[in-house]
Design a protein around this ligand. Structure first.
Ligand SMILES: Cc1cc2nc3c(=O)[nH]c(=O)nc-3n(C[C@H](O)[C@H](O)[C@H](O)COP(=O)(O)OP(=O)(O)OC[C@H]3O[C@@H](n4cnc5c(N)ncnc54)[C@H](O)[C@@H]3O)c2cc1C
Length: 468
């Protein structure tokens, strides 16, 4: 059965997660109807759900992502604040231990990142998207408990989606087809579009991977005495000489999340006692000491598939007409750099900008929008794979001369950024996704990075905030 006979003016979004909801926002006013296909049933309130298993883990929304989210959906940052999201200005509110020592605590206030659990973030965004949709010319319907099982069309054009209801009477679970002029795959890191291409007679897009083999383990805490809770989050990333790390940040309702991480051979355990013991092995005692002042509120949750994986749907001929791929379905990152949600928002903004230039359904518009998504992905991708190269597996794409040079430069720049307000500001601009990578080679930054001597960072976590 084929529904939506006016497929030409409808869009289907596969996946009602963050990228899917932001894709809806980008399409408002562009098409008559958007149908969101979501495999899960959304929980009542702000609970976890199976389709977003990473939601148990610490999620920081970088300033670049916050700005993009606010542009797409004005008022969302304030709404997240009302829902309890904590604002962390970098570097003031996130004490960071780099490979050369602790970073100075400049009161720079250029980068306001948000720290909140994913269920809260996702539900606030979803509520606001659906509210924006209600006031727009586009009708949005969400088919919960419905799974996309394939694409319809042929090798040159996608014309819709095959779906199957989950749950309900057995008869209601049979497959049916929904047709649409535009299909957006926002089904996350488990996207099956490459396999679905084979069914349409197309080859899969080229794929690049750089896998540091990192695993996460996360537990929620509450400080025993709020009066003695730390006044800043803490970040101790792994480094080649000690590839184990920790991040401990406040989230809503006075709770804190501790994520421990480690590359191959250093995976953090999910047993509670071993988890606590692991926190003492990250090369700095500070986080472990803070746990004495906190009580655990949850079991430990693990996560292993953290590979940087990019599918090049933007390359010539890689995308059939009528399809667009957004969010983790197009590119996933090692989560330790906190980029995925921001890139989803920047990608949706890029889509909106492209489609507004002449309509979502004109020939070639999806290829153009996909190229814009790729441009939004690029800076985050370069940062993540550059930083992960020392841990990459032999199967990964090899670094070229350009990437090796940039890794050498970035290594010096990291060290300098910890102590130097000029280099630090440029570093944060780029890693928070508010400036292009060229900012890292601006004359002042370049000269200070290359010619000033390498100096260690601070010996311990700084208490003093420094004006700049
Ligand atoms: C451990 C971990 C920590 C992270 N930390 C950060 C961080 O600090 N900051 C940051 O910015 N990013 C972080 N990320 C990345 C972030 O989680 C993702 O980038 C983000 O969730 C991408 O959104 P998405 O909508 O593309 O995918 P998802 O959020 O995964 O949503 C996909 C949706 O599609 C649905 N779906 C899947 N398949 C189908 C189907 N066949 N049919 C219908 N529906 C389907 C799922 O149910 C889900 O609702 C982290 C990731 C991991 C793994």
């Amino acid at each position: 059965m084929t529904e939506h006979s006016n497929g030409g003016r409808t869009a289907i979004v596969i996946g009602g997660g963050l990228a899917g909801m932001l894709a809806v926002t980008a399409l408002l006013g562009q098409v008559e109807t958007v149908t969101v296909i979501e495999r899960d049933r959304y929980p009542a309130g702000r609970g976890f759900r199976k389709g977003v298993p990473q939601a148990r883990h610490l999620h920081i929304l970088l300033s670049g992502g916050s700005l993009a989210l606010e542009e797409l959906l004005p008022g969302t940052i304030a709404a997240l604040g009302e829902a309890g999201a904590r604002s962390l200005y970098l570097p003031r509110d996130l004490l960071t231990r780099t490979s050369t020592g602790w970073q100075r605590r400049f009161d720079e206030r250029r980068h306001r990142t948000l720290s909140v659990t994913r269920p809260v973030l996702d539900s606030v965004v979803r509520e606001r998207v659906l509210r924006a949709a209600a006031g727009s010319a586009t009708r949005v319907e969400v088919l919960e408990a419905t799974e996309a099982t394939g694409l319809t069309g042929d090798a040159s054009r996608v014309t819709g989606v095959r779906v199957r209801s989950r749950g309900g009477a057995p008869g209601a679970r049979s497959e049916r087809e929904l047709s649409a002029g535009l299909v957006v795959d926002a089904s996350g890191r488990g996207s099956r579009t490459p396999q679905w291409f084979a069914e349409l007679g197309r080859s899969a897009p080229q794929e690049e991977t750089v896998d540091a083999g990192l695993a996460y383990a996360t537990r929620m805490y509450r400080p025993k005495d709020p009066a003695t809770a730390p006044d800043a989050g803490v970040n101790v990333p792994g480094r080649p000489e000690c590839p184990r790390g920790a991040a401990y940040v406040p989230v809503e309702d006075g709770k804190w999340l501790l994520t421990l991480s480690g590359v191959r051979g250093h995976h953090p355990p999910t047993d509670a006692a071993e988890f606590t013991a692991f926190s003492a092995t990250i090369g700095d005692p500070y986080v472990h000491e803070l746990l004495d002042r906190a009580e655990p509120l949850s079991p430990v949750h693990g996560f292993r598939d953290t590979c940087n994986r990019r599918r090049h749907f933007e390359r010539p001929g890689a995308l059939p007409e009528g399809l667009l791929v957004l969010g983790d379905a197009a590119c996933t990152f090692n989560p330790v750099y906190g980029q995925g949600m921001s890139v989803a928002a920047l990608g949706a903004l890029a889509v909106r900008g492209t489609l507004a230039n002449g309509g979502a359904l004109r020939p070639g518009s999806t290829a153009e929008a996909q190229r814009a998504v790729a441009r939004a992905v690029e800076p985050a991708w370069l940062a993540a794979v550059g930083a992960d190269r020392p841990y990459a597996s032999p199967d990964d794409v090899k670094a070229g001369v350009g990437e090796r040079l940039s890794t050498w430069y970035i290594d010096r720049l990291f060290a300098r950024a910890a102590i130097d307000p000029v280099v630090g500001a440029a570093f944060r601009d780029v890693f928070c996704l508010t400036a292009p990578p060229t900012r890292l080679v601006a004359p002042q930054v370049f000269l200070r990075t290359v010619f000033l001597p390498r100096r260690p960072g601070l010996p311990g976590p700084p208490e003093a905030i420094e004006a700049v």
